[in-house]
Design a protein around this ligand. Structure first.
Ligand code: ARG
Length: 226
């Protein structure tokens, strides 16, 4: 029929890395989580269908800037560096980077990380923080949970990762704790291709109405119990 040519425009392609509960993770064969639900609600507001493409976290920016994906939604922190390659929508969540250690660890806060072996997910802001710590050696993993497992196995001294996934991972791994003292706050937003103001504005409008209607809080509440 005549509408097959419009198929592509009717689909909003979201690049993500589904290794980041509660924002994106697998439930069976489906990618679920806060970002998946927000993107579905945004697509709905735009009258589009959502298609989720799972990939390595450090491939998402390239997927968006090359047009392979329309949006990047991955608990992605807005940073100056990333803003050179993509634009970001308004923010939809705040987060902190936290430190995970073993229960018997002597590490009590960021200052104790000097000279330590620190695990991170490759290409994340945790990676950038760890890189700045004096004399520390940084072990980079493809998945955040792999860093947590390495910590459990005594291969590294600490993991730096976003607070909400940290809670999820520590729940599933015995003998670990999250330190109270965290790094600075970050803002999550959706990445769009640089200069694609049309899509960015539409998403911002959609996000605003999801905030106003309480739908955004509802989505967050479904995955994070306060
Ligand atoms: N907030 C961090 C960052 O932007 C980590 C995000 C990791 N997200 C993921 N889906 N694996 O660098």
């Amino acid at each position: 029929s005549g509408d097959s040519g419009n198929k592509k425009e009717d689909t909003l392609v979201m690049a993500t890395n589904a290794e980041f509960p509660p924002y994106e993770y697998y439930e069976g064969k489906d990618v679920v989580g806060i970002d998946a639900d927000i993107a579905a609600a945004v697509a709905d507001e735009l009258g589009m269908k959502l298609k989720i493409e799972d990939m390595a976290f450090d491939s998402i920016i390239a997927a968006v800037s090359s047009g392979k994906a329309d949006i990047g939604a991955a608990g992605m922190t807005v940073t100056k560096e990333r803003l050179k390659n993509v634009d970001f929508t308004d923010t939809y969540a705040t987060a902190t980077q936290v430190i995970i250690v073993t229960e018997d660890s002597e590490i009590a806060g960021p200052d104790d990380l000097t000279g330590k072996k620190i695990g991170v997910q490759l290409g994340t802001t945790g990676d950038i923080y760890a890189d700045d710590i004096e004399d520390a050696s940084v072990e980079r993993y493809n998945k955040g949970f792999e860093a947590v497992q390495a910590l459990q196995q005594g291969k590294i001294d600490a993991v730096i990762i976003d607070g909400e996934p940290a809670k999820e991972f520590v729940k599933e791994a015995d003998g670990l704790k999250i330190l109270d003292e965290a790094f600075t706050e970050e803002e999550y937003a959706i990445a769009v291709k640089k200069g694609n103001d049309e899509l960015k504005d539409k998403i911002n409008d959609a996000l605003a109405s999801l905030k106003d209607s309480g739908k955004l809080d509802e989505i967050v509440g479904k995955y994070i119990s306060s």
